[in-house]
Design a protein around this ligand. Sequence first.
Ligand code: IMP
Ligand code: MG
Length: 181
Amino acid sequence: MTNSSDARLGGRRISSVVYDEEQIQGRVRELGREISAAYDASDRLLVIGLLKGSFLFLADVVRNLTLPVHVDFMVASSYGDGVVSSGDVRLLYEPAADLAGRRVLLVEDIVDSGATLEHLVPMIAARGAKSVDVCALLHKKLPSATVEVRWVGFDAPNSFLVGYGLDHAEDFRHLPYIASL
Ligand code: IMP
Ligand code: MG
C-alpha cells in the first residue's frame, strides 16, 4: 500500500507498513486460541479494553474467543498529541462492571514506556479483581517497561506506529494495517 493510493491517509504520509492486515488477523486468531485455552467458562472472564487505541484489536480478539466473556472499557490518557509519553496517567472513564472477584483481561494497544500499565494493573487489582492479565497488540520492549504482559501480538520496532487503533493526533486509527510514521 503506497501513500498516494490509500485515500484513508487523507494526504498524510506514512513511511512504511509494518504489519499488514493478513499478518494482524493471523496473529489475532492465534491469540484468541491461546487466551481461550488459559481460562475456563466458569471464570466469567471480563475483557477490559483500554480506549481508544485498543478498539479494533479488542473487537477482533473477542470474536476469536471460545468462552463466555463480558466486555467493558476504560479510558486513560497519558499522551497529548505528541509522540513521547508524558508518564502522567489520568483515568477519564472507569469500567462500569464491579471488578470484585473477577478475572480480568486488560487489552492495550501498545506498551511503550510501560507507565500506563504500571498504573492501571495495580489499580484493577486494588478493586478486588481475582486476577489481572494483560494482552497488548504491540510491545516495544523498552527497558523501562517492566510490567508483566502475558500476551503480546508483536514485538514492535521502536518507532512511532499508527493504524489498527493507534493514532497520531487522532489520525489513522481506522487503518486495517499498522504503519510507521
Ligand atoms: P506507555 O504508557 O508509555 O507504555 O504508553 C502507552 C500508550 O501510549 C499507548 O496506550 C498508546 O496510546 C500510546 N503510544 C505509545 N507508543 C505509541 C505509538 O508508537 N503509536 C501510537 N500510540 C503510542
Ligand atoms: Mg493513544
